[in-house]
Design a protein around this ligand. Structure first.
Ligand code: EPZ
Length: 430
């Protein structure tokens, strides 16, 4: 089925589809985790700063990645994709401006600002898009750019940054913003002198980016802690880098196994990166076994109710909140979920209610009572809300149809095939 989507007028039509899921089958087997979307996006952008080509491995095949690659191609760079490998050659970059229509389609497009400010001392793009989980300010990004010496112009949704020189500075982040930490680290890498980012975000995707930048020749210390020190360098060379596994995709699969009381080995996840989820699943009575190649999840017994509070890493990730809520509907007892990161991240609750979930929202808190879920027609409202609906469909009695699955396909590579391979009855119809 094709239809014209407003924001896709430049492309005319996009292929849209639905997922049809028949629930109540325990999942068994082994499922592989793809490369992390939220590491791939900043690393793809960072490759533009090099004076030669980079080869990136384990790049997930996702719409957000395709769109960012298209933005970079339109800037004059050579981008070749071979399966999950990308070759990016920035030496022919001739337009330091991200296509505004495309930039509005994903959050990660704003990394182009940090990269081009570093490389060209000038950049322009439209304010980013992404999920509608709350207003998506970039004030902390701009605060960091200004502290490095940039001038900012924001007009009609277009942001322009330019600087005669970029000089290192000490920057305190009022909130440990993932995007602001990344963007400031990108710009500081080619600034003159030392930059200190205080109250920095500590997410594993930021560590992965810093590892890639270091191989390119950057001087970065303290990443993964709340104080990051960057010594500016003159140039960066192209490098090869393998993206870390996607901890949010892994967590989604781990919860699918627990939900259906199945037994699934989630291969290629770094257990360290999903510690908060492992802790909560243990509290709920789910059996888990970790080794260096992945995590074995054995559902089976009754699930205990637990309380969840989303926090910046290493707290419980907001990107697993909606999926966890589905698991909590199957627990014995009442659970409390508090969402502290985004102001509008309960959009999945109305859709889950159509399937029989008993969830009461009060501001940033939600009270979840045990409920028997039954299949229904539901709509994905954002990437992780959509993932939650898939989990609900897998555990519900009867058939569930999920519309607007393009949200889900922004962040999950081949999710229907992967889940079918461990026994889920899910198919995509266009
Ligand atoms: C990244 O978004 C992720 N996206 C999000 O994942 C994730 O939910 C989020 O980090 C938190 O972990 C990507 O990496 C592409 P933030 P980001 O800046 O960088 C406030 C997904 O599902 N803030 O850490 O946009 C902001 O309003 C997506 O894959 C400011 O106030 O998140 C929010 O309340 C959804 N000013 C909080 O910080 C700023 O300048 C967290 O935002 C920037 C952010």
């Amino acid at each position: 089925m094709y239809f014209l989507l407003q924001e896709d007028k430049w492309k005319g039509l996009i292929k849209v589809g639905k997922f049809i899921i028949t629930g109540c089958t325990p999942l068994h087997g082994e499922i592989n985790v793809s490369g992390a979307k939220n590491a791939a996006l900043p690393i793809i952008a960072a490759s533009l700063m090099a004076d030669g080509p980079s080869r990136l491995l384990d790049i997930p095949k996702l719409r957000d990645v395709e769109n960012l690659c298209e933005i970079i191609r339109r800037m004059g760079c050579r981008v070749e994709q071979d399966g999950n490998e990308l070759l990016i050659d920035p030496t022919t970059l001739d337009t330091p401006e991200a296509d505004h229509d495309l930039a509005r389609k994903l959050r990660g497009s704003y990394y182009i600002l940090g990269v081009l400010l570093a490389k060209k001392r000038w950049a322009r793009t439209s304010l980013p898009g992404g999920c509608n989980i709350g207003n998506r300010p970039i004030d902390l990004h701009l605060k960091g750019f200004k502290a490095l010496g940039a001038e900012i112009n924001l007009d009609h949704g277009i942001v322009e940054v330019k600087a005669r020189n970029l000089s290192g500075n000490r920057i305190y982040l009022d909130y440990p913003s993932v995007g602001a930490t990344i963007n400031i680290m990108l710009a500081a890498t080619l600034a003159e002198g030392t930059t200190i980012i205080e109250n920095a975000a500590r997410e594993p995707e930021i560590v992965d980016l810093a590892n890639y930048l270091t191989v390119m020749g950057a001087q970065i210390k303290g990443v993964g802690t709340d104080i990051i020190k960057i010594e500016g360098v003159e140039t960066l060379k192209g490098a090869e880098h393998r993206i870390i596994p996607d901890r949010i995709e892994a967590g989604t699969f781990m919860m699918a196994a627990a939900l259906t009381k199945g037994e699934v080995f989630v291969r290629n996840v770094l257990a360290e990166h999903v510690k908060p989820l492992i802790a909560k699943l243990n509290e709920m009575g789910v059996e888990l076994k970790e080794d260096i190649t992945g995590v074995l999840v054995k559902g089976g017994g009754p699930l205990r109710a637990v309380d969840i509070k989303t926090l910046p890493y290493p707290g419980f990730p907001t990107d697993l909140q909606s999926q966890m809520m589905v698991l909590l509907t199957q627990a014995d007892g009442t659970s409390l979920v508090i969402e502290t990161v985004w102001e509008n991240r309960f959009t999945h609750v109305d859709e889950l209610a159509r399937m029989g979930a008993d969830i009461k929202i009060d501001g940033h808190s939600a009270l979840i009572k045990p409920s028997r879920l039954t299949g229904a027609e539901v709509t994905a409202t954002d990437l992780r809300a959509g993932a939650a609906l898939i989990l609900a469909g897998i555990v519900a009695y009867g058939e569930t149809t999920i519309r607007d699955i393009y949200h889900i396909e922004r962040g999950y590579e081949n999710i229907a095939q992967k889940l079918s391979s461990i026994g889920a009855k899910i198919k995509k119809v266009n």
